[in-house]
Each structure stands twice: as C-alpha cells, then as structure tokens.
Design a protein around this ligand. Structure first.
Ligand code: F6P
Length: 372
C-alpha cells in the first residue's frame, strides 16, 4: 500500500477538516492507500509526530471547525528549535524517507504554498490544497474557509447596523484578510456597509468623512465603515512604500538592518488602523464613533455548505492526483472543477482585488464610498 502524509498549516480555517476527510476517505477507501496525519503543521513533520488516519478517525469531522491535526506557522527552512533558528529541510527529507511516504499533502494558504514548493524542490512529492479565509491564493477562484468567514463577517455587519442606527454612531468594523480586501469587500457589500476600505485602494480620511457628512445631510446620522485589516490611508501607504524602498536601495548589511528596523517601526505605528480612523472620523464629523475588530471569530466554528463542498472536492481531487503521480501542484478551484496548477505559479503570488473586479464596480454602483 502506498503511504501518504497530510498536514494542515497556517491559520485555522473552516473547511480544514472537510478537506482532511475528503482527501483521506478518497485515499483510503477509493485508492487503497494508507494515510498518516502530521500534528501541528510543518513542526510535526520536522519532529515526525503523526497519527494514522483511518475510516474511523476520518468520520464525524465534516462539520467541525479548526483542524483535528493541529496547526502552526512554522517554516521548514527557518524553524525555532531550542532558541535557535534551524533549517529543518534535511530532517524533513529524512523523515519522509524513513516513514516511506509516497507523497505529502499540505493543506494551507499562501505561506504553506511557499513552504510546499520548498519541500517539492527538496525532492518530496507534494500536493497543496488551498485554504484561507483571506481568499488570496493565486489561480484558485475560492479557497475553502472564505465562504464561512464571509458569512460570519456579513452577519456581524448586519448586527452592528442596529447599534449604529439606534445610537447615531459611526461604527468601524475591521475584518481580517491579510493584504487582500476580499473579505471586507464581500462582507461590506453583502452587509450594506456605507464605506468599504481595502488594502488595494489607499483611502483619505477627508473623503471618508465627507461621505459620512453627506449621509448625515440626507438624514442618515449613522454610518458603518467596513475596513480590511490591511487597508491604509494614503499617507501610511506612502510611508510603507518609502521604508520598503530604503531596504531595497542598499546591499550594505548594517544599512539594510537599520532600514528593516525602520520598516518595523513604521508597521508597528500602523497597527491600530481602525481605531485611528474612528478617532479621526469622530473629530471630523462630530458623530460618536466605535470600533469592532472581528478577529478570530471569522475563522472559528462550523464550515458552511460551500466550504464543506470545496474541502471535499479539492481533497478528493488531491487523492486522485496522488494516485496518478501528478505532484508539485496546488489543487485550484476553477468553476466547478478542481484543476492542478504548478506550485511555482502559486507560491509567492498574492491574489489581491483587481481594481476592475465586478464586486468593486457593484459596490460603487450602489453608492458605497471606497475612500479614494
Ligand atoms: O491568513 C488568515 C489570517 O486570519 C489573516 O486574515 C490574518 O492576517 C492572520 O491570519 C492572523 O494570523 P494569526 O493567526 O497568526 O494571528
């Protein structure tokens, strides 16, 4: 029997267990393979901690949140071990051979795609399944986790409307999404946010304040602002770009280190984006302002129907690719199909919201202020 490993890495996300099950049941039941699950992502792989996944352990997990295998954000080539940063790729290759694995299925987001490519280049037979609530993985229309997070964020915006309306307040609601605006844009449109701010469109506080004042002049003395965690105002966007350019401009190690610590300081100063915005809007409009950061609520709990479907579809397709010996790919969702795309085309290739995306146009058409 061929023995195949599976792991989940990066942030937890609804649909991970559906994908483990989708892959595992197809591999065990349909392709007659043995499946082992590594604990805690890349860390468990490096430490060779795994459990056998059989039809019993793969049952009853379709609807559960999180991941039965545990996860971590470790990188194979830079892992903290006893207070040192160690390249664990050779150890991982040894474990893979010792465990007699025919392939390894890595379920995760953009960071996992990069790690998976690194392991593929080290000689492992890798399949990557795209999971993330951020929906920022290139070549896949949707990653599992996104649909559930979109529903949760939309529901939150619906509920925040009650308070904004009743108290005549501005409510700034921050969604996750890393450097992409998919979640804020989707939930902002579906939840009817008055203003939506994305990383892809640097905003000005003046234009946001003007839009709130226009609404007030029309008798709507409240506003809901959906802001992606990665959104920045124009000044901050320029500060970040300048700090990054400084790093690129020098090869001198000391100057580079100084430029990097400057960048870190700029990033640290940007952390409370939603709170800074709410304060500025209160000062500019005279309307009381509040902030709600949705945070990990967006990632937790049972996956919706769409994410269960997608996890099952991509997981099953991943098992089929292992059976065919087709490796070094992400199993991308394109239309109703699961399509293998070379990892080289996916890793490090962030899918942000294109400025002509239909969702963006739809938001503008219903009069949503995008802050620009
Ligand atoms: O990638 C998923 C995500 O939830 C992002 O939206 C967010 O930026 C990040 O993970 C948070 O990471 P952590 O779990 O390490 O706090």
């Amino acid at each position: 029997k061929r023995r195949v490993g599976v792991l989940t890495a990066g942030g937890d996300s609804p649909g991970l267990n559906a994908a483990i099950r989708g892959f595992g049941k197809a591999a065990v039941g349909h392709h007659d393979m043995e499946v082992v699950g590594f604990r805690d992502g890349i860390r468990g792989l490096a430490e060779n901690r795994f459990v056998v996944l059989d039809s019993v352990s793969l049952s009853g997990i379709l609807t559960t949140g999180g991941t039965i295998l545990g996860t971590s954000r470790d990188k194979p080539h830079k892992m903290r071990v006893d207070d040192e940063i160690v390249d664990m790729v050779p150890t991982i290759v040894d474990n893979y051979e010792k465990d007699a694995l025919a392939a390894l299925v890595c379920i995760g987001g953009g960071g996992t795609a990069k790690n998976a490519l690194r392991l593929a280049k080290a000689g492992l037979n890798i399949i990557h399944l795209p999971k993330t609530i951020d929906n920022d993985i290139a070549h896949t229309e949707t990653s599992f986790g996104f649909s559930t997070a979109l529903g949760i964020a939309t529901d939150a915006i619906d509920r925040l409307h009650s308070t904004a309306h009743s108290h005549h307040r501005i409510i700034v609601v921050e969604t996750m999404g890393h450097k992409a605006g998919w979640l804020a844009l989707g939930a902002g449109i579906a939840g009817g946010a008055d203003i939506i701010l994305l990383p892809e469109i640097p905003y000005t506080i003046d234009s946001v304040a003007a839009s709130i004042q226009e609404r007030a002049a029309r008798g709507h003395n409240f506003s809901v602002v959906a802001i992606a965690e990665g959104a920045r105002d124009i000044q901050r966007t320029a500060d970040l770009a300048a700090a990054q350019a400084l790093i690129r401009s020098t090869d001198n190690p000391e100057a580079k280190a100084a430029a990097k610590s400057h960048l870190n300081a700029v990033i640290a100063a940007h952390r409370s984006n939603a709170f800074d915005l709410a304060e500025a809007l209160e000062a500019a409009t005279g309307l009381e302002s509040r902030v709600t950061v949705l945070g990990y609520v967006q990632r937790g709990g049972t996956p919706d129907a769409q994410d269960r479907l997608l996890g099952t579809l991509l997981g099953g397709a991943g098992a089929g690719l292992v059976a065919e010996g087709h490796f070094g790919v992400t199993v991308a969702a394109q239309g109703q199909a699961a399509v293998p795309v070379p990892l080289e085309d996916v890793a490090g290739n962030l899918k942000t919201v294109p400025l002509d995306h239909p969702w963006l146009l739809a938001a503008r058409h219903v009069g949503t202020c995008m802050g620009d």
